[in-house]
Design a protein around this ligand. Sequence first.
Ligand SMILES: Cc1ncc(COP(=O)(O)O)c(C=O)c1O
Length: 357
Amino acid sequence: MSDATSFWSPALRGLVPYIPGEQPLIEGLVKLNTNENPYPPSPRVVAAIRAAAQEGLQLYPDPQAAGLRQAIADFHGIAAGQVFAGNGSDEVLAHAFFAFFRQGKPVLMPDISYSFYKVYCGLYGIDAGIVPLDAALRIDVAQYRAPCGGVVIANPNAPTGTGLPLADIEQLLQQHSRSVVLVDEAYVDFGGESAIGLVNRYPNLLVVQTLSKSRSLAGLRVGFAAGQRHLIEALEVVKDSFNSYPLDRLALAGATAAYEDRAYFERTRAAVMQSREGLRCDLQELGFEVLPSQANFLMVRHPAHDAAALAAGLREQRILVRHFRLPRIEQYLRISVGTPAQCAALVAACRALVSDQ
Ligand SMILES: Cc1ncc(COP(=O)(O)O)c(C=O)c1O
């Protein structure tokens, strides 16, 4: 008799994988649990994907993703060679952990942050050097002084939503000038300050962004890294040792078109930021404490109501939010910013729950 894992590589047995937020196939749900954009992608993206589907799917896509990298580089004022594109920023992050952080020393990261960072550490045998957020659940860069094999932070952080000023990022870069500092900017377009403008000054800076949030393309799976050429080359070595074609023809076409429709990007991200501020006021009026957010979600707690009970109550009304059963944040809910109608539905449901003693 063999046990269920007897065929597995030994390294797999202790792995704790990431658990993605629920994606239920139920119609009419108000889905505010995975920080997707409530608006669809630009019509130009859909047209580009349609056109790409008409032609050339029998051929492999461009393994260099040259057109997309040029579009991203033009948008950010850097060179195409300073951009690496991958299948969602999750894949880009995974390659970066493999490429830069297997140094035999811990990689510093916040105790509360994107939980995939610890998963990549487990996958690649990297020690996670956990640095607690301060009492207000903010990253305090002064706490990141220990010798390390690298630093990874999300800016704005997730799931708190709070951003760091670039001066703090520069402090990390200077302090750890011999290690890679990875700044994950998944949510930066909703009011944060991007460090991409610093890449030419800091050879140890790698910035990662995604098209899943501010470009409304979570379903297409596209993310990228920006950094100096020597860092991008390392990512290319990992990619070409793993999967030469992480981005298919539809993804390349749609993602490139997303960068070509700047007006749509500006309009939709402004709408999300405006809804976020409205939602913040409405929730505060109901007695919720709301962490400062430069992201497309709010991290909230109610002093008189248990977070798990609130999440369950919302769910009964077909509204999904994210509740993490984790130390320090188990009394918080993370609520993605929806359309004005979705936000209104959430606020009405919360009002009923908090006044229903
Ligand atoms: C902080 C952070 N980084 C990266 C990602 C991954 O994004 P994707 O793989 O969709 O590009 C997420 C997704 O929610 C995130 O919250």
